[in-house]
Ligand binder design. Structure first.
Ligand SMILES: Cc1cc2nc3c(=O)[nH]c(=O)nc-3n(C[C@H](O)[C@H](O)[C@H](O)COP(=O)(O)OP(=O)(O)OC[C@H]3O[C@@H](n4cnc5c(N)ncnc54)[C@H](O)[C@@H]3O)c2cc1C
Length: 277
């Protein structure tokens, strides 16, 4: 198949069977499946997962190991609830992977995750480790239970492969506080050469303000309401630059975000109407 043919194929809906599901009290789930295109995802890319009879939603590719891929889902509404309760063997649809993903740079990276944003950063953590770089990782969640990769990250840090800082708002795991507060202190004490962030936009904006005038680069993965995922519908546009989160993002550098009016201030709902974040 030629290049155009391959390009078309990855963007089309494919049937996939759920191979396994790891459930967390109906609040989160890791849904495992096989797909040759998703397996080749770059850290930070996302897929559109179709839940038949319900909706099609964007989810980061959180796992691509041993021939198996996975998405990690937080139950916030109809489609994510269906995914958190999906059965092994059930059929779903998948398109993608889409988006640019993180640019892999630096040998002293700081990775900052807020909430389910950690799903979009897990592959990046593993990519650094595979390249013999020890990344520093801050994972901020409201409670201990919401840090669903905690055991995995703890094991990596015990083996000297990761400098891991869990943070919770209620103090039930690690330091009490916000991921951005711990990240700011670590930036002051260390000599990082690149910062990677994924999480709620309020947290991203705090991180942006912390790193804005620093010498090192920073990359932020943004969430917007995504429909087509291929840059046609314009639903996920960032004013004033006209950048599309689905195709030009979801990862943007601090220099690009500095030029947008929307980042940190406005998003759009399902009908495209702007609202204040
Ligand atoms: C690039 C990207 C990567 C994401 N990765 C993950 C992930 O790895 N894990 C995860 O749990 N969530 C992820 N999300 C968020 C996830 O897409 C929404 O939580 C999901 O679409 C909610 O659907 P729902 O039907 O359960 O909820 P609804 O009740 O329909 O909506 C709940 C919330 O989700 C938002 N939402 C609904 N549909 C979409 C859509 N098509 N695009 C964007 N937001 C939507 C709504 O605006 C609302 O704020 C990601 C979003 C983006 C844009």
């Amino acid at each position: 198949m030629n290049f155009e043919g391959r390009k078309l194929e990855y963007a089309m809906m494919r049937r996939m069977h759920v191979l396994d599901v790891k459930r967390y009290d109906g609040r989160f789930a890791i849904v495992y499946f096989k797909d040759k295109y998703v397996y080749r995802s770059i850290p930070g890319q996302y897929v559109m997962v179709w839940v038949p009879g319900c909706d099609e939603i964007p989810l980061s590719v959180s796992h691509a190991e041993g021939g198996v891929c996975a998405v990690t889902v937080k139950n916030v509404g109809e489609a994510t609830s269906r995914l958190c309760n999906v059965g092994v063997g059930e059929q779903l649809g998948v398109r993608g992977p889409f988006g640019n993903g993180f640019r892999f740079v630096g040998v002293k990276p700081l990775i900052v995750a807020g909430g389910i944003g950690v799903a979009g950063l897990r592959l990046l953590v593993h990519k650094f480790i595979r390249k013999s770089v020890v990344p520093t990782l801050v994972v901020g969640t409201k409670t201990f239970e919401e840090n669903i990769f905690h055991e995995e990250f703890l094991k990596l840090s015990e083996n000297g492969l990761l400098a891991y800082y869990p943070v919770t708002e209620d103090g039930s795991l690690g330091e009490r506080g916000l991921a951005s507060e711990v990240a700011e202190r670590l930036i002051f004490l260390n000599d990082f050469d690149q910062v990677y962030c994924c999480g709620p936009e309020k947290m991203l904006y705090k991180m942006f303000n912390i790193v804005s005038d620093k010498k090192f680069g920073a990359q932020f993965s943004l969430e917007r309401y995504i429909k087509c995922a291929v840059g046609i519908c314009g639903q996920c546009v960032l004013d004033d630059e006209g950048l599309l989160v689905c195709k030009d993002g979801p990862v943007f550098t601090k220099n690009v975000l500095r030029r947008t009016k929307d980042f940190g201030h406005f998003s759009r709902n399902a009908s495209g109407k702007k609202f204040q974040i």
